[in-house]
Design a protein around this ligand. Sequence first.
Ligand code: MG
Length: 400
Amino acid sequence: MTKSRRIAILGSTGSIGRSSLDVVTSMNEHGTDYNIAYLVTNKNVDLLYQQVKKYSPTGVVIIDEEKASLFRSYLNGEKLKVYSGETGLMEVMSAGDFDVLISSLVGFVGLRPTLEALKAGKTVALANKETLVVAGEIVKRTAREHHATLLPIDSEHSAILQCFAGEEKKSISKLILTASGGPFLHKEKSELENVTVEEALNHPNWRMGRKITIDSATLMNKGLEVIEAHHLFDLPPDRIEVVIHPQSIIHSMVEFVDGSIKAQLGVPDMKIPIQYALTYPERVGSAYKRVDFAKVNQLTFMPPDFDRFTLIKSAYEALRSGGTAPAILNAANEEAVELFLQRKIRFTDIAEIVDEALNSIPSTSSPGIEEIFEADSAARDFVSAGAALNNRNVSERLHK
Ligand code: MG
């Protein structure tokens, strides 16, 4: 394998970004020579500065201009290129000297820079599932046209990629995505109305960022992952299934035409799929925790409850509608999750708001990138200005 590679991390101060830096350190202790070329953050310049001290990148990008000025004031003769704003970000994505981009910004904002890196023919290890959800066709076409490689970091999709090894496309019958079920797996529908932000952020198995943790509690995360799997593996929605598996030991499965099933297992630790994306199709050693079956005791499964967790159904519907529907679904969800985190709406309002946005905003078929941006804005405006749009349900909730 390529033992020496230059890595850029989009979102280096977030949960996946920090784990990625640990992975690179660990891999280098196991025989690789990976270097950190660029670190990109939105605002967290204090942590960025510590990362610069430790990893000596060629350059950094700070998207927030004010924070970029603050960061420049920290520097003391270090040989470091500092870029800022959207312009600086795009400059590094298109012309920066690196081989692999770890794309781990959260949400829609990851789309443009990820596309830019694909246009430059880079390998993209994708943790930002929203990029594929909103613009899957465009992302794949861009990768194809520019001979860029797209690899998943998301643990379910990494599992499927690992199950695909040595198999032919025609042998695949269906994908089975596993879901932990989140913190509210056993809550009644009526109890979900009053759950708190703290309860929703308390995921039983995974330590992740706030947005994805809320998405895991509503099961929207799994809905987004169904759309992501559709784009990554080219299978129709009726051949992508979801099963609840509370222990999060099986990260996903593939069923083949002969009835055989392959599963990928491991402890729930994002470092393993991050590393696989960086070494694919080969592997290098690690000291990460192993599954101890004497302690696992049992692996259990159940179907998802679409009645309590309706967002997963909305995601399937958006995928089947196609066009800009997934972009509307995603933007409405991002806005609604933020409102919930700000304690302005109830947990169950997230699903209702997303549904209202999907039903109220017309979807455009075969959209170009500008139409996707328009759909994204329309859905955000719909949610934040529910009152102005005279949408009684949304506005009532926003003003509670
Ligand atoms: Mg996942």
